[in-house]
Ligand binder design. Sequence first.
Ligand code: PLP
Length: 374
Amino acid sequence: MCFEDNDEFICTHLGDEEEMHHGAVIPPLFQTSLYVLDNTDKPVNSKVKQYVYGRSGNPTVDLLEKKIAALERAEDAKCFSSGMAAISSALLAFLSAGDHAVCVRNAYDPARIFIGEYLAGLGIEATFVKGDRIEDFESSIRGNTRLIYLESPVSQIFTLQDLGAVAKLARSKGIKTVVDNSWATPIFQKPCELGIDLVVHSLSKYMGGHSDVIAGAVAGNHADIDKLAGRERSLLGGILGPFEAWLLIRGIRTLPVRMRQHQHNALKISRYLSEHKRVRKVNYPGLQEHPQYELGMRQMKGYSGLMSIELDAEEKEIASFIRRLRLFKRGVSWGGFESLAVQGVYPGLVRLAIGLEDVDSILEDIDSSLAGLG
Ligand SMILES: *Cc1c(COP(=O)(O)O)cnc(C)c1O
């Protein structure tokens, strides 16, 4: 029987190999930097893969990479020390001086700065587009465009890009497509199945899920991932440590269960908020009134817990709304078990990460803080 295209199986059991590890139900943590050969300089055991040195590979990290590739339905994946290490490495691998890139305007701030400022310093130009319509991409492609950088749903405002349509357009012109899939996770969106070349992740968010690890990943075809592993990962050296990989394997075991609960809670909260008179707008693609609801239904299987709202209130009142929340903590990250609130980048915007707490308690917390608005 083959379970290898079943997400729950991949998350819980792929790569278990108890027979190799004394029956241990948890694959061991290989906390080692070095691997030695036998006294004839041959592998110590011809039946298992011989590793050489920690920067080029580690069995614990390999297992995590195998799970991520399987979840993304990609041929291969490599992990990095952070989401930004993964993103910057993927961009450096496929762009060089004289090239042009197209990037979604609201992409995660450091990624946008890396493209708009850092890469500009290396002689790589970029055009930033809203990305809601395929025409945004068509009209910005030039003769030297080599890469399109996507994030769907995008940070702060959670609008979508039509991944299949952008992939098709890019393929016809030999342009690489990269998408940040941290928001949806492969449980809810599989960009490679829509024709996207490379998927990048901050594993620090939902994939880890417990706010205790920083990590990143890139998934794609063998040739692209080999190139990235041999150059940027090995030469810039932003590898993932084995303990972080072990924590991620642990977090991923419950990823499908957690994502279902984030979705359940966020759908209920977003519907409540969209009917509240002090809430001007709810930016959440799971809501039927979201202008791209149809596209979301087509390219995603579900919705995570991160959204933003625009309040009908002064900036000062918005800060006090956030301070009055009791269950929500104030913090900039997301994707953990805990509910978080933070002021957004646009005036009036509040970003809410809906956590795994009891949904009625979350609702009560928001409701009483909204009631305190002047
Ligand atoms: C946090 C985040 C990143 C960066 O990840 P790090 O692990 O913090 O480097 C990338 N993309 C998105 C959408 C993020 O929210």
